[in-house]
Design a protein around this ligand. Sequence first.
Ligand code: NAD
Length: 411
Amino acid sequence: MFRLAQQQFLKATQLMDLDDNVRQRLLFPQRSQVVSFPFRRDDQEQVETVFGYRVQHVLTMGPTKGGIRYHQDVGLGEVSALAMWMTWKCALMQLPFGGAKGGVRIDPTDFSRSELQRLTRRYTSEFIGMLGPDKDIPAPDMGTDEQVMAWIMDTYSQQVGYTVPAVVTGKPVVLGGSLGRREATGRGLVYSVESAAQHIGLDLSTATAVVQGFGNVGSNAARFLAADGVRVVAVSDARGAVYNDGGLDINALLEHVADNRFLEGCGQGEEITNAGLLELGCDILAPCALQNQITIENADRISCKLLAEGANGPTTLEADDILNERGVLVLPDVLGNAGGVTVSYFEWVQDTQNLMWSLEEINGRLHSMMSDAFERTLRRSQQEATDLRTAALIEGIDRVVKAKLMRGLFP
Ligand code: NAD
C-alpha cells in the first residue's frame, strides 16, 4: 500500500517541474513510531501484547492530522501510505495541517467495550509525546469511532491535568465534537458526486448506486445518495452484500445494523458476495470499506460511469489506467473522502477558539469547500490533460512544495 502511495506521488510529480531534493524528501514520512504494548483481557488473567503505530508524514504545514485505524491487517506500510494521502488531502483542501495516521493491529469486533477502552488508553499513553492540539490530532478511521476519540481525549487530558478537547476530532458533541462530523465524510463524498455527475451529465434522480462498506462512510454515503433520489441497489459489509434491483431502504438497513451489527439477515434482497457487488452494473460505484479492492484482476469488469472513492486507496495504479481507458470517471479518495478531515478542521477551530457553529454553517462551509476543490481539480486535470486523481495530487503536492521551499532548510 505504501508503494501504491509512492507510485501515485511519483506519477503526479512527473507532470510537475519539481525540485528533485523536495521530491526525495516527500517520498518518506518525517516521523514514525512503532510500539508493542500490553493490555488485560476481561478475565484479568490474560495479558495480550499488540502492535501500535503513528506516522507523521509532513510537519511543514502546521500540526499533523489523521485517523486511527483498528484492523487486524494494520502495519507500518499501510499507516505510512494513509499518512501520505492525508498530506495531499489536507493541502488540496487548503487546511493548515500535514498528514498523519495511526493504527493498532487488532480485530476490534473481537473485543469487549472495556477491553477496547483499556487498549485505547494505553495506546494514547504510548504516543502521548507525539500528540497534542498543536502537534498531532487524531480522528476516527476504520474500526474506531466517537467513543474511542472520547477515551483518547480523556487519557490525554488526565495526563496534562486539564481538559483538552482539541487533541482529537470526531468526538461526541457533548465533549466538544462538531455537529455534522459523524456524517461528514459520506456527506462530502455525495457533494463531490453531485459535482462530478453534473460534469458528466448524469441525472442523479434516475441514477443507480452500489456502495461497498456500510460503516461510517458507506452508510452515510448511501443515505445521502438516496436523499438525492439515487436508487441504491446494493450495499455490503465484512460479512457479505445485499442486492435489490428495486432499491434498498437505507434507513431500515441502518436500524437493522444498529441492532445486529452486520447486514446479514436484513431480508431486503438477494445475498451476494463482495466481489460480485463490485461488478454490478450501475451508474455510481462507491467503495467505502478497504484498500486494494479494484485491481488489475477485476477492473475490466467494473461497470459503472462514476467510481466515487470513499475508502482510502481502493484502486490500484494498474486498475486506474484500465478504468481511465474505459471512460469510467474516477473521483479519487483524496478529493472524494476529504469531507471528514474538513469538518474535523472545523471541529478543531471551534475547540481552540471556543466557538459553536450551527449544522447549517458546517454543511454550508463543507459544501463550498468540496465544490471549490472539485472545480480546482477538474481545471487542473484539463490543463495537464490528466485524470482527476493525478490532478488532485498535483494540487496538493504543489502547495506543500511551495511551503517547503519558502520555509527553507534548517540549519
Ligand atoms: P468503519 O469501521 O465505520 O466501516 C467499515 C465498513 O467496511 C464496515 O461496514 C465493515 O463491515 C466493512 N468492511 C470491512 N471489511 C470489508 C470487506 N472485506 N468487504 C466489504 N466491506 C468490508 O470505517 P469507516 O470510517 O467507514 O472507513 C471506511 C473507509 O473510509 C476507510 O478506507 C477509511 O480510511 C476511509 N475514510 C474514513 C473517514 C472517516 O471519517 N471515518 C474519512 C476518510 C476516509
